[in-house]
Design a binder for this molecule. Structure first.
Ligand code: F55
Length: 830
């Protein structure tokens, strides 16, 4: 592969980029060109997939001008760039977003009609790029959307996984994973740049040698390499002509890799070697909280950050750029610890390849990185065994040791004689194996370290990294998460969006605090009526979708109670399940008359990490309960449980706008922020939730009357933990809990079989790491308040409208403004 050539060998003509005409006629012409000459089919013989691909290419055309101009403007201005380093981007479908951003929704609809096609059918053809696990990956996607909309220069660097998050199916109610072949039918949104490939080294050993200047130097002699091929994805701003770039890397075997083997005549081995290299970006790891320390995962991490740094320095910066000034041209944001190996990589580039003195390199490196932490669970903090690091990245391990040595010297100077502290703070842990604590490395190197909600940032500072915050109090800050109002309100909820725009104008889409202006409408009976009508219409839309997608028949006229998020014990889907079973138990025991209860449908959406046994058992139990309740005539249709498989961004976009009640019920102090909670509030659902993550801030803003709070607060959790938590004591004390657990234990949901529920029950009664038993009574009491509030539809609608009006703070535009001011020291241009 030859290097890219940016220097024209002769004067290039200045031909402007011109897009197709912005009217129905122009759109139809471009579409037909794409269909006939791009897909190579006539309209008459085209498949839906041909039509979708032609449509996507057509829409893409309209974005190109903006993309080229944005790039040129940024290069000319020499802007400082935000380099967002994230192993995940959970983007969701591209077509709708591109149409919305470029204001082509109506034109596209009419153009398709003119061709005798239905835009909605073509939209449904798109498979979303699911290049992330959950909240962390979706947050990255919201952030790049906001930066484009705010016209901030940003390159999102990441990995082009060939297979994204697995596709979930249920077989007999149990989760079965299938590969997500999102590229199989074509990928019209990406631009491969094979001529911009770059080589990434691995393995081998290091040597010292004496440089020409007489200085002792280190050289890394790697033993194998792969090529990193960049693919561009477009990130259009909302109707501002700005198009930023996501640069995702794909692994390919270098020719060196197989040439040797080919020359030895071993064709089969040469092909196998190729597969080995290309494995690096084959699949997204589906663990969202307990990283398994797999070698391939470390390869992925180094692969994408090394490619990104090299590419930025070589190709994005001018050729003669003095790297001492690097912090003036880029600021790298580390999205959790996954890209933290970028720190020693930049040190290596500066010291080994660009002749920097160590201290100078360290000064530059520190000013280039900031770190965002997304968790409080100890098992989610990544550590890499020294044995593995030394084998895969020997030079980086040496550099980490040196950083650690210098750092510990600083600690010893600040706290003389406190050897215990120095050991606690070391980036290298000794037990159970010698391993590098990536969060410590990130914290030491970063200029700023932030958590993702007020409570989380405080706990991060005081409980996870107290020694570090004592040493550097100013390093720690908070930026509360946000979500993009373009995708999650304007696009997902067109009915409500129209109503809002009619009331307060359309400025809210890019200035979400303006939703405040809706507050007076909460007291307007006619507005409330229309707001309710939108909810009903959104439920109808969901009913149709679930009918076609899953064969699920949602009952009409029910309250819709929704819990969607990854399946994890700390999130406590099991607590939600116990609530449902307790309602059912009271019905079948005759304690309550079905006619007197609020009709409710409970919806779950959740993927379990494939190796997470307890999570998979919980899914099986939810499905078993759903089936039993659905088939029991005694329920008289007043309760229903729906668990559509494969919850993803696309389903969220129909599900969230239909919800009445949002379940945010993690054990206090465990959910860093949550972002689904924000999406629900912005779509007019009321929250039942604990004092955890961003729930705290949601409740503060929407008001205690419009939020159903329950459960222990974090200090109470800590106190109960300290005193010794005995879950079975709650079983003894709470009659309702006892009846509920006994019903499950009886085999009522497992066809009389008591053994299959044994493991789950055993955990609840004997371990219950996340204290669901302790919060059960409080949760049920809060659910009773929900029923009471829902009975008064006027009061409920008022609260729902106030939730929308007061949640403008949760725009990711605001989050980005906070990063700009508190962390990146940049200003948005608009
Ligand atoms: C993915 C891979 C690994 Cl190895 C570890 C974690 C993850 C992951 O997906 N984490 C994640 O989604 N964290 C969530 O981040 C959100 C955005 O900040 C938070 O809202 C949420 O509380 C947190 O759990």
């Amino acid at each position: 592969v030859t290097g890219p050539h940016f220097e024209p060998t002769h004067e290039r003509a200045k031909v402007p980029a011109v897009g197709p005409g912005r009217d129905v006629d122009g759109f139809v012409r471009q579409f037909m060109r794409e269909l006939n000459y791009g897909q190579g089919v006539s309209l008459a013989r085209s498949t839906v997939n041909d039509q979708y691909l032609a449509l996507a290419h057509t829409v893409r055309h309209y974005l190109m001008q903006g993309w080229i101009q944005t790039g040129k403007r940024r290069r000319d201005a020499g802007d400082r760039v935000v380099g967002y380093l994230s192993a995940e981007y959970l983007l969701g479908r591209q077509l709708d977003n591109a149409l919305l951003a470029s204001d082509l929704q109506e034109i596209a609809r009419e153009a398709m009609n003119a061709c005798g096609l239905d835009l909605d059918i073509l939209r449904a053809q798109e498979i979303e790029p699911g290049l992330g696990n959950g909240g962390l990956g979706r947050l990255a996607a919201c952030f790049v959307d906001s930066l484009a909309t705010m016209d901030v220069s940003c390159i999102g660097y990441g990995i082009r996984y060939e297979y994204g998050i697995f596709k979930q199916t249920f077989v007999d109610g149990r989760q079965v994973e299938e590969p997500d072949s999102w590229l199989a039918l074509g990928s019209p949104w990406e631009f491969p740049q094979p001529d911009r490939a770059t080589r990434i080294d691995f393995g081998g050993h290091t040597e010292t040698y004496t440089g020409e200047d007489g200085r002792e130097r280190v050289r890394w002699v790697p033993s194998w390499d792969v090529q990193a091929i960049p693919y561009h994805l477009l990130v259009p701003g909302y109707r501002n002509g700005v198009v930023n770039t996501l640069r995702l890397w794909s692994a390919r075997a270098t020719s060196a890799f197989d040439l040797q083997l080919f020359n030895q005549g071993d064709y089969a081995e040469a092909v196998r070697a190729r597969t080995f290299a290309e494995n690096i970006t084959k699949v997204l790891y589906p663990e969202d909280s307990t990283p398994q320390g797999r070698e391939l995962r470390l390869q992925q991490q180094y692969f994408f950050v090394a490619a990104s740094l090299k590419d930025f320095i070589r190709h994005t910066l001018p050729a003669d750029f003095d790297l001492h000034q690097l912090p003036e041209r880029i600021t790298f944001q580390l999205n959790d610890t996954h890209p933290v190996i970028a720190i020693p990589e930049l040190m290596r580039l500066l010291v080994d390849e660009h002749d920097f003195e160590w201290e100078q390199a360290w000064d530059v490196t520190r000013r280039c990185f900031d770190y965002t932490c997304h968790t409080l669970l100890p098992e989610a903090l990544e550590v890499w065994p020294v044995e593995l690091l030394g084998r895969l990245l020997p030079r980086h391990l040496e550099i980490i040791y040196r950083i650690n040595e210098d750092f510990l010297a600083e600690v010893r100077e600040a706290f003389p004689g406190d050897e215990l502290r120095a050991r606690r703070m070391s980036m290298v842990q000794e037990h159970p194996v010698r391993a590098v604590r990536m969060a410590y490395l990130a914290t030491v190197a970063a200029s700023k370290v932030n958590g993702v909600a007020e409570l989380h940032s405080r706990l991060l500072r005081d409980k996870v990294l107290p020694d570090f915050s004592e040493l550097w109090p100013d390093k720690f800050t908070n930026v509360t998460n946000g979500v993009t109002p373009r995708r999650f309100v304007r696009m997902a909820n067109p009915g409500m969006s129209e109503l809002i725009t009619e009331a307060i104008g359309e400025g809210w889409v890019t200035d979400l605090e303006r939703l405040r202006e809706l507050e007076p409408f909460a007291d307007d009976a006619a507005f409330r009526e229309r707001f309710r009508a939108v909810k009903v219409a959104n439920k109808d839309r969901l009913r149709q979708l679930l009918h076609h997608r899953d064969g699920i028949e949602l009952p009409e006229g029910h309250m819709l109670d929704v819990m969607v998020k990854r399946l994890h014990e700390y999130k406590r889907q099991s607590l939600k399940l116990l609530h449902i079973v307790s309602l059912y138990e009271r019905l079948i025991s005759g304690e309550v008359d079905p006619a007197t209860i609020t009709p409710r449908t409970f919806v779950f959406g959740a993927k379990a990490a494939p190796g997470y046994h307890m999570a998979k058992e919980t899914i099986a139990l939810i499905n078993a309960v759903a089936k039993t309740i659905g088939e029991d005539p005694r329920v008289e249709g007043r309760l229903a449980v729906a668990f559509p498989a494969n919850y993803n961004v696309t389903l969220a976009e129909t599900l969230i706008p239909a919800a009445d009640l949002s379940e945010q019920i993690s054990l206090a102090g465990k959910e860093a922020s949550g972002t689904g909670n924000m999406k629900f509030a912005l779509n007019g659902a009321l929250t039942i939730g604990t004092d955890d993550g961003a729930n705290v801030e949601i409740r503060e803003l929407v008001g205690g009357d419009n939020f159903f709070l329950f459960g222990m607060a974090e200090p109470e959790v800590a106190a109960l933990q300290a005193k010794g938590y005995v879950p079975s004591s709650f079983y003894q004390q709470s009659p309702q809990l006892k009846r509920t657990l006994d019903l499950i234990a009886s085999g009522a949901f497992t066809g009389g079989d008591r053994s299959t529920v044994g493991a789950v029950l055993d955990d609840w009664l004997n371990t219950d790491r996340f204290m669901a038993m302790a919060d059960f009574d409080s949760y049920l009491a809060a659910q009773a308040r929900v029923d009471e509030a829902y009975a008064d539809q006027d009061r409920w609608s008022r609260s729902a409208i106030l939730n929308v009006a007061r949640s403008g703070f949760f725009s990711s535009d605001r989050s980005m403004r906070n990063y700009l001011q508190r962390i990146w020291d940049l200003k948005a241009r608009s």
